[in-house]
Design a protein around this ligand. Structure first.
Ligand SMILES: [Cu+2]
Length: 161
């Protein structure tokens, strides 16, 4: 009985991961679990973010983040590293699913993805996100270039009341 239950649980969690990965894989959904694309005129706070990769250590550098539900945040991201980086918004479950998918499809591009921007070295780009929904887990700002998320290129923040 124990074995059957364990198998069922494993099958169920695999199905959940697969569903999350394929949902993110389309990159076309207008429905995100963690908010929606924001409008420039509604911005409530601006956060400056540096993407760095000194000595092989890849990370995002920014002031501590405090985000409340309803905030519209403009992220101004500058790639100060020597390799291309990505800056994507998500919650913990979506970023984990995205990282798993990138391992399987490393060439995936995000041109039409409202949750992500890609930056060449020296580039600065903006992304405005409206945190209209309660967050599952934490807010995660992540680079989804293959291997970068696993190497620690992720910055987490809790949504405050
Ligand atoms: Cu990166």
């Amino acid at each position: 009985m124990k074995t059957i239950l364990a198998t069922l649980v494993a099958a169920a969690s695999l199905a959940a991961v697969t569903a999350a990965a394929s949902a993110a894989g389309t990159h076309e959904g207008e429905h995100y679990a963690f908010g929606e694309p924001g409008r420039a005129e509604s911005v409530t706070q601006t956060v400056l973010v540096d993407a760095v990769d000194e000595n092989g250590e890849m990370r995002f550098v920014h002031e501590p983040l405090t985000i409340k539900q309803g905030d519209v945040v403009k992220f101004v991201v500058t790639n100060r590293g020597e390799m291309p980086h990505e800056f994507s918004i998500g919650d913990s479950p979506s970023q984990r699913a995205h990282a798993l998918m990138m391992e399987k499809m490393p060439d995936m591009k995000h041109e039409n993805d409202a949750t992500a921007i890609t930056l060449d070295p020296g580039e600065t780009k903006e992304l405005v996100w409206a945190f209209t929904k309660p967050i599952k887990g934490q807010i995660e700002l992540a680079c989804q270039m293959p291997g970068h998320y696993a190497a620690g290129m992720v910055s987490k923040a809790k949504m405050v009341k």
